[in-house]
Design a protein around this ligand. Structure first.
Ligand SMILES: [Zn+2]
Length: 410
């Protein structure tokens, strides 16, 4: 017996498989290599014989043949046993071992057209590399249950299989909600990576979204909720957080507006800050002028079938952003005037000064607005000051602790 994979040297390793046995066959139309015990090896790996067989064929550029009735696995051509055993280890690395803990404990699952590996040992979830030829074969032929294909070890549970398959089918038709366990789990998973680099965090978000087949609406919602949470205003000052939001939401302005509205509008304490938030998003190029103008003019189209779509929240949100939108409009018309007078330098400078003045006025207005809710504003300032001298790690831990929005934390 060999370990899975064969290069692991531990003699008492838990996961073992028989060594590959082959024999050469030469008949009328060319030479063949018969893989005598590939079915035993496959059973040890808990996959159908055709997976490793097709993997060999793809890697060797050979054609393969499998006769289930005779349990006969054949590769056309002559191959050395050692080479095939090495290839088998490559197959194991790619399709049998968990990416994280490297134990052969993954089971395949499907989300639309993506193959997902769930590790029973460490809980890691990752989309499989779909670039290999056999990934598509597995996608087409793998039994559509969360369990591994039948093997001797699974026999006793085969009675339960039917019901679990049925359940899975219902699940895939079911409309996912914001309280769905997959969504909550995604938020929870991202929260474990908040101390990593923004690039790494984006990678985790991508993996989680692919693994769950989350559409852009959920991608943006999850990013906003897990990365910014109740500390949105403060964290919009953080270039690393802005980078993450920009990466995930830049191409999805409608989804960003819907996510903002569904997360922050139910909390009235956010209403007075919406204009400021929009200004930050605009200044950091997360939302561009073209989109904002179309939203302002009621030309933006929101996907009404999205679970994060709520017309009431969107209306309230726009109302809360009206000061910002008015500023944007006036800045825009100033710009147009400016273009017309492009030859007159003096005028141009004047216009620029006007623009700056306008911006200052708006900022003052926003500050005034914040003053209006003084107890909140006071607390906000205190905490903001307090946080300025604290390391980021502390901010992150604060974010993780508070699940509910709390005024005290902004
Ligand atoms: Zn694992």
């Amino acid at each position: 017996m060999l370990n899975i994979p064969s290069y692991i040297e531990d003699p008492s390793y838990r996961y073992q498989m028989p060594a590959l046995q082959i024999t050469g066959e030469s008949r009328g139309n060319g030479v063949k290599t018969k893989l005598i015990n590939l079915s035993d090896v496959s059973r040890a790996l808990n996959v159908p014989v055709e997976y490793p067989l097709r993997f060999f064929a793809a890697e060797l550029g050979a054609s393969s043949e499998y006769k289930q009735s005779e349990n006969k696995a054949i590769l056309k051509g002559t191959f050395r046993r050692e080479d095939l055993q090495k290839l088998l280890d490559q197959f194991i690395e790619k399709f049998i071992l968990c990416f994280k803990c490297h134990l052969p404990e993954i089971s395949y699952r499907f989300k639309r057209n993506i193959l997902i590996a769930d590790c029973k040992a460490c809980g890691n979830v990752r989309p499989m590399d779909m670039s290999h030829k056999i990934s598509n074969f597995i996608l087409k032929h793998h039994p559509r249950t969360e369990e591994k294909p039948p093997s001797t070890a699974d026999k006793k549970t085969s009675g339960k299989k039917k019901s679990s398959k049925k359940k899975k089918d219902i699940e895939s038709d079911e409309k996912i909600t914001l309280e769905h366990p997959d969504v909550l789990e995604a938020l929870e998973r991202i929260s474990h990576h908040l101390e990593e680099s923004p690039e790494k965090i984006c990678e985790h978000i991508n993996n989680i979204c692919i693994a769950n087949s989350f559409e852009p609406d959920f991608r943006v919602y999850i990013t906003l909720k897990s990365i910014f949470g109740q500390n949105l205003v403060r964290l919009l000052q953080d270039p690393a957080k802005i980078f993450i939001l920009k990466t995930q939401a830049e191409s999805y302005p409608e989804e960003l507006i819907m996510s903002l509205s569904v997360i922050y509008i139910p909390d009235e304490s956010f209403h007075s800050r919406i204009s400021r938030i929009m200004m930050s998003l605009y200044e950091n190029d997360v939302l561009n002028e073209e989109f904002l103008t179309s939203w302002s003019d009621d030309q933006a189209v929101f996907n009404e079938s999205s679970i994060i779509y709520n017309q009431n929240f969107l209306d309230t949100m726009k109302n809360c952003a009206k000061e910002f939108l008015a500023w944007l409009e006036s800045a825009e018309s100033e710009e147009e005037d400016e273009e017309e007078e492009v030859e007159n330098n003096k005028e141009e400078t004047k216009e620029n000064n006007k623009l700056l003045a306008q911006k200052q006025i708006i900022q003052q207005q926003l500050e005034k607005q914040a003053e209006a809710s003084k107890p909140i504003a006071e607390k906000t300032n205190e905490i903001a000051k307090e946080n300025e001298i604290k390391p980021t790690v502390d901010l992150i831990s604060r974010m993780q602790i508070h699940e509910e929005f709390s005024i005290d934390d902004i």
